[in-house]
Every structure is written in C-alpha cells, then in structure tokens.
Write a protein that binds this ligand. Structure first.
Ligand SMILES: N[C@@H](CCC(=O)N[C@@H](CS)C(=O)NCC(=O)O)C(=O)O
Length: 288
C-alpha cells in the first residue's frame, strides 16, 4: 500500500497483501481456522475466561467482578491472557472455544459437558441469566436492556474497526475514512448523551449489563482512555451527560478491578496480566 491511495484501482479478484501495514497487519488474515496446535490452560474455578483487557474483554471481567462484589461465589473465575498480537487466538484450543478467533471466550466447567460461550454480548447474557443479576426480569424493562446491549454490539465496530483503526492504527492518515467514521462515532456519542440526559443508566433506572457493555467503549472513549488524543478530537467534553455517567461508572470498585484484568499496556497500576484469585488485586492501587 502506498502513502496516498488516490488512483487505486481494485483488481478483478482481490489477493492478500501480507505487508499492508498498520498495527494489526501481522495478525489479520482473510481465512479462519487454527494456525498451530496448543491447548488452553484450565484453572481451578468453574469459569475459565480466555481474554485480553481491550474494551471487548473488559465488559466480561467488569461483570464478573460486579457479580463477585454481590457475594456470588460461583462467579469466581480464572482469566487467562490471550495475546492477540502473538496470534494466541489461532491456537487449536482457542478455536475450539471460539471458531471466530476473537477474545473474549469463556468455558463454564460447572455444566456437564462444559459449556462454551463466545461473543462478549452472549457471555454477558449467559452470566446475567445464570446468576439472575444485572438484567431486569420485568418484561416491560428487560427489552430496553437487551436493546441497548445489542446496540453496543452493532455500533462499537464503527468506533473500533472504523474510527479507531483509521484515526490511530492505519499506516497513514486518510481523510475520507477518518471523516466518515468520526461522523458516525459522534452520532453514536450523541445517541448516548441524549439517552443519559434523563436516565441514570443506559437502560433506565437500573445499572445493567447494557452499561457494562457500553462503558468500556464509549465511557472510556470520552474519558480519554482510547486512541491517544481521541477525546479531544471528538470534542468529548460536549457530551456532558455521557461524561457524567462515565465518571459515575468508573467510581465503582468492580469496574476498576474488572478493567485491569488481562491488561498488559497503559499505566502499571491499571494492569493485571492474569487473574486467578481475588487476592491478585491486592497490590494494585486501582483497587483502593
Ligand atoms: N464481536 C466480538 C468482537 C471481539 C473482538 O473484536 N475481539 C478482538 C479484540 S478487541 C480480537 O480478538 N481480535 C483478534 C483478531 O482480530 O485476530 C465480541 O464482542 O466479542
């Protein structure tokens, strides 16, 4: 790929250019399936999470920490690090848990046979239903929570794969995709800001898995935690209701703990490479 894509004419049949540049060029492939044999580790708890502390991974560890904070001991989990830049998601063991080779993926060994769950939204729903928490049972309120949960699943790829990719990761800055995905990202921020103008939480009066799904992407984006300077570029301070909600969620100790798990970058006190026991957080200042 050249610095300037003007004048590019797509060939009749696309072929894979392994050196397309960009941060993820080394792991992205146009085919699925495993690249190597390796088993996944299995720890002592029923729930085995295979993940990384990106927003998609943080959603699940935030929910698990919230469940544990409620005193639900059966939500104890081992969180194993999957290093996607090293290609861990393409091992035979990982592909057995998630044929889509993306974190997060989870095995529940409390069932016989063990249950696999992949896709962060499916994992949140599985855990919320299993422990009957953070998902309203009332048929007049449950659909609102599920609507926002699925809104996040459909919307965030425009932020991550679109805006974030072209603003922060692409090998050169290209005006057309940056404009296109910035416009959509700002529209989504406005959707949330309007919703939160007259609701405490995204799905209404209760803190639910919809907040836990949305905060790691949109809460962290407006708090300046994603894509370098993106909060400034997006004029995040203008989304005042969204920012207030983002700060309120961040004040929750379980959110602070959950967002550290399987995180291997950023400030050291906000990293916990693997989580196998509640005591793993003890030395971390973020849990104070
Ligand atoms: N829709 C999926 C998206 C998961 C996803 O995109 N995971 C990324 C990290 S945030 C990943 O594992 N990428 C590895 C790869 O593309 O090979 C979910 O919500 O679970």
């Amino acid at each position: 790929m050249t610095e300037n894509d003007e004048g590019y004419t797509p060939p009749e049949v696309w072929t894979w250019d392994r050196d397309s540049g960009g941060k993820f060029a080394s792991i992205n492939r146009p085919v699925a399936g495993p690249t190597h044999e390796a088993e996944l580790p299995v720890g002592e708890h029923p729930l085995q999470l295979y993940s990384l502390g990106t927003p998609n991974g943080q959603k699940v560890t935030i929910l698990l920490e919230e469940l544990l904070a409620e005193g639900i001991e059966d939500a104890e989990y081992n969180a194993h690090l999957i290093d996607i830049l090293e290609g861990d998601q393409f091992s035979t063991g990982f592909v057995e848990v998630n044929p889509n080779s993306k974190i997060p993926a989870m095995m529940d060994h409390s069932t016989s046979p063990p249950t696999r769950v992949f896709e962060s939204g499916a994992i949140l729903l599985y855990l919320a239903e299993r422990f009957d928490e953070f998902l309203p049972a009332d048929p007049s309120r449950r659909p609102e929570c599920l609507s926002w949960l699925f809104w996040q699943m459909g919307s965030a790829p425009y932020v991550g794969g679109g805006f974030g990719h072209f603003y922060a990761y692409a090998p050169s800055k290209m005006e057309y995709p940056i404009n296109r995905f910035t416009m959509e990202t700002k529209r989504q921020l406005d959707v949330l800001d309007r919703r939160l103008a007259d609701h405490d939480y995204v799905s209404g009066e209760d803190y639910t898995i919809a907040d836990m799904a949305i905060w790691p992407w949109y809460g962290q984006l407006v708090r300046g935690e994603l894509y370098d300077d993106a909060a400034r570029f997006l004029d995040a301070s203008s989304y005042e209701h969204l920012l207030e909600w983002a700060e309120r969620i961040w004040e929750r100790p379980a959110v602070k703990r959950g967002s550290m798990v399987n995180r291997t970058w950023g400030s050291e006190e906000r990293q916990l490479r693997e989580r196998h026991d509640a005591s793993d957080f003890e030395d971390a200042p973020a849990d104070q």
